[in-house]
Write a protein that binds this ligand. Structure first.
Ligand SMILES: Cc1cc2nc3c(=O)[nH]c(=O)nc-3n(C[C@H](O)[C@H](O)[C@H](O)COP(=O)(O)OP(=O)(O)OC[C@H]3O[C@@H](n4cnc5c(N)ncnc54)[C@H](O)[C@@H]3O)c2cc1C
Length: 305
């Protein structure tokens, strides 16, 4: 006989595990499906300074483990499997995963976001072969080497600082003539002896067969092109919601699942939490708040049904 969970949560980031905590604590039968490891995006940073309750800051990976443990304490179970497709309108709802099919009365979508890509022809082929999207994950492979970094926001600035401590040289390539990152970062970056800037510039081509060997950079004002031999390229140009699985099933707005603070989507019993839904501020705290709201709404839905 197939087991039907009260709630299946897709994604083990702060949104997913807070929904799991609240729902399991309310007595619901809860399963979290996670394709990698607990924590989601926050596991990529070693210092979270703005999650309340940690006056000294906290390692993002550790915080993720704590989210998971707290939900487990009330009975939430995690299966490590990738969800490949879903039947959200069915009754019960079905999630087809790399580890088999799972059935649910309610589904919480907490797939978060992934790195935005440059969109260059050889990018996918060279990903993991010199092209990277997370300095804190892959920076250590470039000790004593030369790397380029694309971006100009706070994440890019933090990654430039981090890479400058590992790499021989970091070349920061940015579309504008000034960074969008906060002033605090500007001051720190300007003092780095091994950081070079390419302002008003964009990467237009990736070179290399088995591995990245260099990038072509175009000055967007003069049109001049330059070939930079680099060992690695880090892309830090923002995040993109992981909504491929729900396209065609749910209402989207600019690529995000349309849902307000109630987290209710266009399908009854399906909730969207965290970075994947329409909202103004995408952070750990706001993802966690969504998780609590989703569990509350799901409880009301299950009681009414
Ligand atoms: C480098 C970095 C540093 C950051 N620093 C901070 C900070 O200091 N403070 C702050 O408040 N915020 C920070 N953020 C933002 C914060 O991490 C996010 O806002 C938050 O993690 C969003 O949580 P979420 O639950 O919506 O999704 P995510 O954290 O993105 O988690 C989604 C999870 O779903 C899983 N998943 C996705 N698709 C599938 C699938 N098909 N099958 C199974 N599992 C799937 C993913 O593996 C992932 O674990 C940072 C983000 C990054 C990238």
């Amino acid at each position: 006989m197939k087991r039907i969970y009260d709630m299946v949560i897709l994604g083990g980031g702060p949104g997913g595990y807070t929904a799991a905590l609240y729902a399991a604590r309310a007595g619901l039968d809860v399963l979290v499906l996670e394709k990698l490891s607990a924590g989601g995006q926050m596991a990529l940073t070693s210092q979270v300074d703005n999650y309340p309750g940690f006056p000294e800051g906290v390692d993002g990976f550790e915080l993720g483990m704590r989210f998971q443990e707290q939900a487990q304490r009330f009975g939430a179970v995690t299966e490590y499997a990738e969800v490949r497709s879903m039947e959200l309108g069915a009754e019960p709802k079905v999630l087809h995963t790399s580890g088999g099919d799972f059935y649910a009365r309610t589904v919480v979508l907490a797939m978060g976001a992934g790195a935005r890509k440059l969109g260059l022809p050889d990018e996918d082929r060279l990903t993991g072969r010199g092209v990277n999207y997370c300095a804190h994950c892959d920076g250590m492979f470039y000790r004593g080497k030369t790397v380029a970094l694309v971006g100009g926001g706070n994440s890019a600035a933090a990654e430039a600082l981090y890479l400058s401590r590992i790499a021989k040289k970091v070349i920061l390539i940015h579309r504008r003539d000034t960074l969008r990152a906060t002033k605090l970062y500007h001051e720190q970056l300007m003092q780095l002896p091994n950081l070079e800037f390419r302002w008003n510039s964009a990467v237009t081509e990736l070179a290399g067969h088995d591995r990245l060997s260099g990038v072509k950079v175009k000055n967007l004002i003069s049109g001049a092109e330059e070939e930079l031999p680099v060992d690695g390229l880090f892309v830090s140009i923002g995040r993109q919601p992981a909504t491929e699985l729900v396209t065609g099933q749910l209402e989207l707005d600019n690529g995000y699942i349309r849902a307000d603070e109630s987290t209710k989507t266009s399908i009854p019993g399906v909730y969207a939490v965290g970075d994947i839904r329409t909202k103004a501020l995408r952070q750990i705290l706001t993802a966690a708040a969504d998780g609590a709201n989703a569990a509350h709404e799901a409880e009301l839905y299950l009681t009414a049904g």
